[in-house]
Structure formats: structure tokens, C-alpha cells
Ligand binder design. Structure first.
Ligand SMILES: C[S@@+](CC[C@H](N)C(=O)[O-])C[C@H]1O[C@@H](n2cnc3c(N)ncnc32)[C@H](O)[C@@H]1O
Length: 215
């Protein structure tokens, strides 16, 4: 079963209902740590304007704002966005990071960006992920970076069906339908790392990483 295609749809009406339910149940505060792939690919870049799709409770966006970037984080869950705003406020970064509500199935933020990224923007509710990520690519300026990190294996604590087939990094890149002459590959591969589950469980997991720079 390919992720996002034929996976059984949970018994909820919309992405918003599904993800609201998820975040409403989260009692522990978010970890506050930035994703390894983001720190790896963004740390060396000069700060500019960044857009994150599926920003959840804002850890990555806030880390980036702390590095001097001006960041827009987008998510479908208003609960997650409120938590993200509260964390940005607590960190004194509200002037540099804003969190806005979009269901990427139906809307997309305006503007162009030096960095557009999506970390695990995967959902059991179909929302037109490929179309949203192609729009993400279109929002990257010349010399800007598009970074897409996705699950490449099923973690033991995942709610994905056991027979889920995850695309490879090359398949993710192909899905974006980028014009090869317009982009330079920075890194396109699978990366193994130690994943940490919601109850602190640990397991080796695979991420697919697509990092490409617009020429
Ligand atoms: C698997 S989580 C990943 C969250 C975070 N980026 C991370 O790395 O942990 C997917 C995120 O995408 C958001 N999302 C799912 N469907 C969406 C949609 N249609 N529009 C906007 N955000 C969506 C969810 O609310 C959730 O925060």
C-alpha cells in the first residue's frame, strides 16, 4: 500500500478534524528540538525568508527564526498553531516567525522564499500532497533551497498500515516533476537515524531526504 494513495481513510471528515484530534490528545509539550535534516541543510545558509509546510507545534520554524530567518509556518491544525505561537512568544521570536492556518488541499501561502521545507508532511487523509509539494517548489527563489524529508520506513509506533510502501528519495524527487535544468541536487538519498516514539520508544528508522537548490 503506497502512503497517501490507497491507505484506508480514518473515520473523520477532513484533514483538519483528523489532525485536531491528534494534537488535542497530546498532553506533553513538544520536544523543542529542530530536525536533524533541517539543521544539516539550513545551518550554513545565509538567513532569509523561509516557509514550512506542516509545521506542527513549531519546533523547526522557531529554531530557524532563532538563526535569524523570517519564517512562515503553515499547518491545518489550529491547536498545533496555537502551541507554536505560544512557544515563539516564550522564546521572544514572535516578530520573526508567524504561524498561519492553511489546509494545503485547498489553499497555499502567497510569496516566494529562500527556503521552503516540509518535514514528514504525510497524512492518512488524502490532501494532494504531490500538488502541494510542487507548489512548494514553485515558491523557491533562485539560489533558494527546497528541502523535503519524509518517512522512508514504518516506525514500530506508527499508525500506518503494516504493508505501507514508502517512496524512495528518488521517487520523491520524481514526484516533484522539477525541470532538471532549473535545479541542482544538493542531497537526494535515504538516511538512517534513531527515531524516538511518542512514549520515548527508540528504533532505527529511514528518512528520505530531497534537498535541491534552484539555479
Ligand atoms: C506527520 S506530521 C509532521 C509534523 C512536523 N513537521 C514534524 O516533523 O514532526 C504532519 C503535519 O502536517 C500537518 N498537515 C496534515 N495535513 C495537512 C494539510 N492538508 N494542510 C496543512 N497541514 C497538514 C499536520 O497537522 C501535521 O502537523
Amino acid at each position: 500500500m503506497a502512503i497517501g494513495d490507497s491507505a484506508p481513510q480514518p473515520d473523520t471528515e477532513s484533514s483538519e478534524a483528523f489532525w485536531e484530534q491528534r494534537y488535542a490528545k497530546m498532553t506533553k509539550p513538544s520536544g523543542g528540538r529542530a530536525s536533524a535534516a533541517l539543521t544539516r541543510f539550513a545551518a550554513e545558509r545565509a538567513p532569509g525568508r523561509a516557509l514550512e509546510l506542516g509545521c506542527a507545534r513549531g519546533d523547526d520554524a522557531i529554531w530557524l527564526a532563532r538563526q535569524g530567518w523570517t519564517v512562515t509556518g503553515v499547518d491545518v491544525s489550529k491547536t498545533a498553531l496555537s502551541a507554536a505561537r505560544a512557544s515563539a512568544e516564550a522564546a521572544g521570536l514572535s516578530d520573526r516567525v508567524r504561524f498561519v492556518h492553511h489546509d494545503l488541499a485547498t489553499s497555499f501561502p502567497n510569496g516566494t522564499y529562500d527556503l521552503v521545507f516540509a518535514m514528514f508532511l504525510q497524512s492518512p487523509i488524502e490532501f494532494g500532497r504531490a500538488r502541494a509539494l510542487r507548489r512548494a517548489a514553485a515558491a523557491v527563489v533562485s539560489d533558494g533551497l527546497l528541502l523535503i524529508v519524509s518517512h522512508g520506513s514504518r516506525a514500530p509506533w506508527s499508525s500506518a498500515p503494516p504493508d505501507t510502501v514508502f517512496p524512495t528519495a528518488r521517487e520523491e524527487l520524481a514526484m516533484l516533476e522539477l525541470h532538471p535544468g532549473d535545479w541542482r541536487e544538493v542531497f537526494v538519498d535515504e538516511v538512517e537515524r534513531e527515531g524516538i516514539g511518542p512514549d520515548g520508544q527508540r528504533a532505527r528508522v529511514i528518512d528520505t531526504v530531497v534537498a535541491v537548490e534552484r539555479l
